[in-house]
Design a protein around this ligand. Structure first.
Ligand code: FMN
Length: 223
């Protein structure tokens, strides 16, 4: 598979088969992702992987935390700015609507939407979960490098016939997850990632999100 094909084939997969991924495969993916670039070669990323019993324990722990306090918000990082402006507001709205349409969840069915959101906390059924964190002393540059590392993992997963979904949803339970993983106080949890075999039958996985044309965001100076 060439790079362009992998980039286009990577989508956020939100339904996985109940099929394990070998620990060796996870190790190989991360082993190659190490070659992602970072300014000054700092390699600031840290990743915790949960699979097998550890994944089950984490899912149970977070489920219990949600049952105990359904509206708690442990986020340390705002997933979006408080008031999104155009064109970002519309983009976010449209991708959400497209997803709920495929899921057959009507716009006003808030309980069904919340039930669906809670699937994040089961990794949408994926057998492997990854959590990315960064030392709090790092600044915006290193956050960008962490993103490059994450995308590299997502592309390598595609090359292995696997699929991923990045999951900032875990931010709302950042403290619970950080405690479970044993993150040091200096480290800040950023994002989760579900990894597994995509369910080809699931309608939600047929979603292809749109992208803005080049002239909306490219400024090409030639002279
Ligand atoms: C850092 C990051 C965090 C995300 N968090 C979530 C999430 O918590 N739950 C979810 O269903 N999708 C999540 N997404 C998926 C985005 O909605 C998705 O990438 C976007 O709509 C583009 O679609 P595509 O990934 O299929 O190309 C996240 C994506 C990124 C890059």
């Amino acid at each position: 598979m060439n790079v362009a094909d992998a980039v286009k084939a990577r989508i956020s997969t939100r339904a996985f088969l109940d099929k394990p991924v070998a620990e060796e495969t996870v190790r190989e993916i991360i082993d190659v992702a190490r070659y992602a670039p970072s300014g000054g070669n700092l390699q600031p990323w840290k990743v915790h992987v949960v699979m097998g019993r550890a994944r089950e324990r984490l899912v149970e722990t977070v489920k219990k935390a949600i049952a105990d306090n359904p509206f708690a918000d442990e986020s340390e990082i705002a997933v979006y700015p408080p008031k999104l402006w155009e064109p970002y507001r519309t983009r976010r709205f449209e991708v959400g609507e497209a997803m709920y349409a495929l899921l057959g969840i009507p716009r006003d069915d808030k309980p069904a939407r919340l039930r669906w959101l809670a699937r994040n906390f089961e990794f949408f059924g994926a057998p492997v979960g990854l959590f990315f964190s960064l030392d709090r002393r790092f600044d915006k540059g290193q956050w960008a490098h962490l993103g490059m590392f994450m995308q590299t993992i997502a592309l390598l997963a595609v090359a292995c016939g696997l699929a991923t979904c990045m999951q900032e949803a875990w931010q709302t339970r950042a403290k619970t997850v950080s405690a479970f993983l044993g993150l040091s106080p200096e480290d800040q949890l950023y994002c989760g990632m579900a990894l597994g075999h995509p369910d080809p039958e699931a309608p939600v996985n047929s979603m292809r999100s749109s992208r803005a044309p080049l002239d909306e965001f490219v400024t090409l100076l030639t002279e």
